[in-house]
Each structure stands twice: as C-alpha cells, then as structure tokens.
Design a protein around this ligand. Structure first.
Ligand SMILES: NC(=O)c1ccc[n+]([C@@H]2O[C@H](COP(=O)([O-])OP(=O)(O)OC[C@H]3O[C@@H](n4cnc5c(N)ncnc54)[C@H](O)[C@@H]3O)[C@@H](O)[C@H]2O)c1
Length: 442
C-alpha cells in the first residue's frame, strides 16, 4: 500500500483573528521578511521560497489527483492577519533598518515604506559580552535577569492587546551569541529561574527571550545557532506550558546545498575524502561572526550536518575520517550577497577520485526570510493543534535541528520534507504516504 497508515486527525482550533509575529532582532532577515510580506499583500511580489504559501501536498494515491496547496489544506493564519513587532538594540524603525541592511532595492522599499516606518523596535535585552562586535543604546535595564524577563513578558502582553492579536509567536532573528554549552542551571526550570534571579552569566539574552515567550504561552523558533531554548530547563517548561518550540539556525545557503547534495552522494554509495567550504560575507551578521566566539557557535552548527548524513560509523570504507572545514570571512564589499564556495573531493568505483565545485552566489536574507515566515505560521498551527515542546517536524528549516534527548537529528532535506508533510497529513487525519506504491501493480 502506498497510502498506508490511517491517522486520527488532531483537533485544531481555527486561525481566527490576528497573529502577532514578534521578531527578536530587526536586522537583515527580519526587515526582508516584513517588507516581503507587505509587498506580497499588495500584490507586488510572489512568496517565492515559502512552502506554506507556494507548496503543495499530495493526498491519497497518485491516481487520485488530489494535490492541494498546503495553505488550503491546513488551517494556517493568512498573511492578511499577520502583525509584526520587534526588539532591537538599535532604535531604527524597520524602514531605516532595511535601508541599512541593503538587501532590498530602494524602489521596493519605497512602496512599503509606511508599514515599515511604523514598526519601531522595543528596547532589547542585551549584554555586550554575548555579542562582542555590537554596541547599541536601545537596551533595557533591570536589577537582575528575572526582572528583564518580566519586562519582556510585559512587552508581549502590551503588543498583543495594542494590536488586537488573538495569538502571538516569537522568532529569534538576532545576532549569533558567543558559544555556550549546557550547564547545571540549564537542566531544570527551578535552577534556571534561580539563575535568572542571580543574573548568572550562563543565562544568555536569547534564553531570557525564550523563557519570556514560553512563560507567555508564545511559541518560539530560534533562527540562530545559539543554545537558547535547546536546554532541558526550557524544553520541559515548553512541554508543561503547552508551547511548541523549534530551532536552531535557519538552513539557507551553503548548508542547504550540503543537505541536498550529501544525501545524493550517499544514496549512490560514493565516497568522500573531504569537503572544504568557505564564504565571503559583508553584512552585520558577517561582522558579528568575525568574532571567534560567535563564529564557534556557527561553526558547530555548520559542521554537524555531514557526519549525521553520511554516517561514517555505518560506512567506514566510504566516509571514515573525511576532512570537513568551514570558514566564514567577513568581506564588507559583498554586503548581504554572500558567496559560498565548496570543494568536494569524492571517490567512486575502484576508488577513482573526482571533484565537485560549487560556487553559490546567494543572497542570505532572501533565502532566510521565507523560512522565518513559514516557521511563524507552522508554530502557530502546531499550538492550535495542541502540539507542545520540541517540534522535530520543523527540522526542514534548520541547520542544527532540536530533537528529543538522545535522538540524533535528521539532516537529509528530503527526509525532513517527507516528515513535515506526513506531520501535516497526520494533523488532518489523512493517510500518511510511504511511497511503497505496490497497489498500482496489483
Ligand atoms: N541566511 C541567513 O541570513 C541566516 C541563516 C542562518 C542563520 N541566520 C542568523 O539569523 C540571525 C539574523 O541574521 P541577520 O542577517 O538578520 O543579522 P543582522 O545582524 O542584520 O540582524 C540581527 C539584528 O539583531 C540585533 N540584536 C542583536 N542582539 C540582540 C538582542 N539581544 N535583542 C534584540 N536584538 C538584537 C542586532 O542589532 C541586529 O539588528 C543571525 O544570528 C544569523 O546568524 C541567518
């Protein structure tokens, strides 16, 4: 049977009223998202790159010819009902910030200048030691980190009532923080809350936002590689409070290519001697990542994908000891238009060596903005469907997907997509699709 497991649909509350999307960080990705949604609402552009807006999903057998758009199949919030809010350490409104980010052309920005100019960031929770290259003034003060969390909780409530929102989700699209490993105060909610009162340096600003979101019943997605909500204290709190969360690190340029190509090489049993990746990048993200401690956070996230996809422990003859190097070079003239080079040394039949070269002239925020949109809409859907805690089905969007403890992440983009679509079928009580398809030959 190709369409096999009959699932029970979940009870999903309808997407009535407005959905508030709170963005932490009003930089290149966030302003490209907001300007894009405004342009799409006005019919100026198409939502290219967004699975929720353009993707389809097959239901039933191939012969049924039933392939609705995802947004017509699951009850997602409409773009008309989305309202944006943000925090940033710089006071620039979204129009000024978008101009500075230099991603979108002036012409397009002028056409959506009004809603952009009216989006002014709330003062941020920020500490210099976690993002060493940035200095901003639009920052909250408080006697300890718990007080800062309480201020964020008030911001969320104020935003929700001022904009008449029915529901709110939060997406971290702020700078990459320095590398942190989970430690004692990250293990339980009680220890985490005590550490907030103690202003423990192990509590990064991103964790304070995630805590405030979860305490407010607001789903949280982490678009950066920071540890943030990937700690037991917060995953448990999310489960207890019925809040869906996901992360980490939007899977956009080079890593997207890796998770497209590596499963293909492995499926053909082609070996790998090494994969060298380097980037030049000139935006503020590039500047932040020029700091070795922020780079380490990013490097960990970027390095993990190949090991998991290629499984050298299962295929030692093909993949044991392959060399994997990732570099990011801050090069201001390029702005947001990153160039990513990959040199891939592979081998085939009888060990004969071959090379693949990729030169991806990409646009970072153009690739990331639709992911942030999809995550906001899918997290809101998940919450209305009663799904709580880590949402592994959203791994499709991340370089370092959050998973249940002890479970290795699934990095293969095509498995991730199948998982995502089967989750949507499961939510709606449709048959899951296994691609077995023997019934066509009975
Ligand atoms: N393709 C992509 O663009 C891509 C892919 C994966 C991950 N990311 C991550 O997404 C994040 C955003 O990328 P970007 O290109 O928009 O960067 P950006 O530097 O243009 O924007 C980040 C914004 O966050 C603000 N900020 C920093 N710390 C903050 C805090 N504690 N609270 C509120 N605001 C804060 C900064 O002032 C800045 O305006 C980065 O962490 C980046 O690594 C981006």
């Amino acid at each position: 049977m190709e369409a096999e497991t009959k699932a029970n649909g979940l009870e999903i509350a309808p997407a009535t009223g407005k959905l508030g999307v709170l963005l932490v960080g009003l930089g290149a990705v966030s302003t490209t998202l907001v300007a894009g949604v405004e342009a799409i609402r006005r019919g100026i552009s198409q939502p290219v790159g967004s699975l929720t807006q353009m993707g389809t999903i097959r239901l039933g057998k191939r012969t049924d010819n039933n392939v609705p758009r995802i947004k017509d199949f699951v009850p997602l919030a409409s773009l008309e009902d989305v309202v944006f809010g943000a925090w940033d350490i710089f006071p620039d409104n979204a129009f000024e910030a978008a101009k500075k980010a230099g991603v979108l052309e002036k012409d397009l920005l002028e056409q959506v200048s009004e809603p952009l100019a009216s989006l002014k960031p709330m003062p941020a929770v920020f500490e210099q030691s976690y993002v060493k290259r940035l200095h901003g003034e639009n920052v909250k003060t408080g006697k300890n980190k718990m007080e800062l969390a309480e201020q964020l909780i008030e911001d969320i409530a104020r935003f929700k009532s001022a904009n008449g929102c029915d529901r709110v989700v939060m997406v971290w699209a702020a700078s990459t923080e320095v590398y942190l490993e989970a430690s004692g105060c990250h293990l339980t909610t009680e220890a985490f809350e005590q550490a907030l009162y103690d202003s423990d340096p192990a509590i990064a600003p991103s964790m304070i936002y995630a805590y405030a979101a979860i305490k407010s019943g607001v789903p949280f997605a982490n678009g950066a590689p920071n540890l943030t909500a990937d700690i037991p204290a917060l995953t448990k709190l999310a489960e207890a409070n019925g809040v869906p969360i996901c992360g980490k690190d939007f899977k956009t340029g080079q890593t997207l290519m890796k998770t497209i190509l590596a499963p293909g090489l492995k499926s053909r049993m082609l070996g790998l001697d090494g994969w060298y990746s380097t980037n030049i990048l000139g935006n503020r993200d590039g500047e932040v990542l020029d700091d070795p401690e922020s780079f380490k956070t990013k490097e960990e996230s970027k390095l993990s994908v190949l090991e998991h996809i290629l499984q050298p422990e299962v295929y030692p003859d093909l993949y044991e000891g392959f060399s994997h190097v990732v570099r990011i070079n801050y090069y201001p003239p390029r702005g947001d238009n990153k160039e990513g080079w990959d040199n891939i040394d592979i081998f085939g039949w009888l060990g004969y060596k071959m090379q693949i070269k990729i030169d991806f002239l990409c646009r970072d925020s153009i690739l990331a903005a639709p992911l942030a949109l999809d995550l906001a809409l899918f997290l809101d859907l998940a919450q209305r469907a009663g799904m709580r805690g880590i949402q592994e089905w959203l791994s499709f969007y991340f370089k370092a997907p959050q998973t249940a403890p002890g479970l290795y992440p699934e990095h293969d983009l095509f498995i991730q997509l199948m998982k995502l679509k089967n989750t949507l079928r499961h939510m709606m009580g449709e048959d899951l699709i296994t691609h077995l398809g023997l019934e066509y030959y009975d």
